[in-house]
Write a protein that binds this ligand. Structure first.
Ligand SMILES: Cc1ccnc(-n2c(S)nc3sc(C)c(C)c3c2=O)c1
Ligand SMILES: [Fe+3]
Length: 327
């Protein structure tokens, strides 16, 4: 009574609804269509009907995907592979000096054990199986940019909603939206780290059943860590955020003297506005992923108005809620 209800796939969802079993993530595929090639006039694919057609075909894989089934493979074109190869080689060169050790070690493992190379676009199913063995995370194909509430909810179940299409060949070095280069080169290497995986899941657990304004805070926290996060190695700034690892220009900018670098403080970072069309003026530095994890746990218990804690049981795929007592 009195809370907003939205209809998703014919199922009524109140604002405070959240998935209680990993199969319910099928109801968590709401997308934001701002940047889609047939809606955004300055998208490089806007006047390319062949590209738009392929995008729709690949997005349909995500719409019909069922948890627990193999992710269908995509027969990428030679043009797609050419785009992948340019992005892969260009970014890898910069990672040598700008990426944190965890990222570089895991990228090497992906090349040795999971077929990562400049000449082939990895299939999501192959990467998902490798990832599941390492940290329990698995991939689900995403039709486009998922809404923050639905995307964060998936993280609670150790599911990463991953776009499967690739950016338009006209602009290999920039994409206004996530694509498989961003996911595979940006996100996957970090999701192979157990501590980082737990940090990502914690943001997801904190997001279940909270208000829209708390979702916005947690999404902002996500942006300034998982997407734009920096860390320190022997007192030297390094990057781990996926949005930095998959963007040549922003990676250089983030580690230069131009932007401000502040220590990660969840209750402050979550209020920092971020621009999604220009480079950030401020980046946040995490001491460690353990410390970041503790910050999100404390934030969830004290700053989001939810009377219960939440855990996820990986064996049966169910969420458990635990009422808070005398906090
Ligand atoms: C919190 C949240 C929820 C859903 N999607 C995201 N999300 C992610 S993971 N990566 C990217 S890369 C890019 C260029 C954009 C726009 C984008 C994005 O929107 C973030
Ligand atoms: Fe991302």
């Amino acid at each position: 009574i009195g809370c907003k209800a939205t209809i998703v796939n014919g199922t009524e969802r109140t604002a405070e609804w959240f998935p209680r079993h990993v199969t319910e993530l099928e109801l968590c595929r709401g997308t934001k269509t701002d940047y889609e090639p047939d809606k955004d006039s300055n998208h490089p694919g806007f006047n390319d009907p062949v590209y738009v057609e392929r995008r729709n075909y690949i997005s349909n894989i995500a719409h019909f995907y069922k948890h627990g089934t193999d992710i269908p493979t995509v027969d990428y074109t030679n043009e797609d592979r050419q785009t992948w190869s340019v992005v892969y080689k260009t970014l890898k060169r910069l990672h040598a000096t700008h990426a944190c050790k965890v990222y570089k070690d895991n990228f090497q493992r992906l090349e040795k054990e999971c077929g990562y190379s400049p000449n082939k676009i990895p299939q999501l199913q192959t990467v998902s199986e490798f990832l599941k063995e390492q940290t329990g995370f698995q991939l689900q194909p995403a039709p486009g940019i998922i809404t923050p509430r639905d995307f964060l909810a998936s993280l609670a179940f150790k599911v990463f909603q991953c776009t499967q299409y690739i950016r338009h060949p006209a602009s290999p070095m920039h994409s206004p939206e996530p694509d498989c280069c961003h996911e595979l080169i940006g996100h996957i290497p970090m999701l192979l780290d157990p501590t980082f995986a737990l940090y990502s899941q914690q943001i997801g657990l904190a997001s279940l059943g909270v208000s829209d304004s708390d979702i916005t805070k947690l999404a902002t926290l996500y942006w300034f860590t998982v997407e734009f996060g920096l860390c320190k190695e022997n007192n030297v700034l390094k990057a781990y955020g996926a949005g930095l690892m998959s963007s040549y220009g922003e990676l250089q900018h983030a580690l230069s003297d131009v932007p401000m670098h502040l220590p990660l403080q969840a209750e402050k970072t979550c209020l920092q506005p971020y621009e999604d069309s220009v480079y950030q003026p401020i980046y946040f530095v995490s001491e460690s992923f353990d410390e970041a994890f503790n910050q999100v746990r404390a934030f969830s218990q004290h700053c989001t108005k939810r009377g219960f804690d939440i855990t996820y049981n990986e064996n049966d795929g169910y969420i458990q809620t635990v009422p808070y007592i005398n906090l």
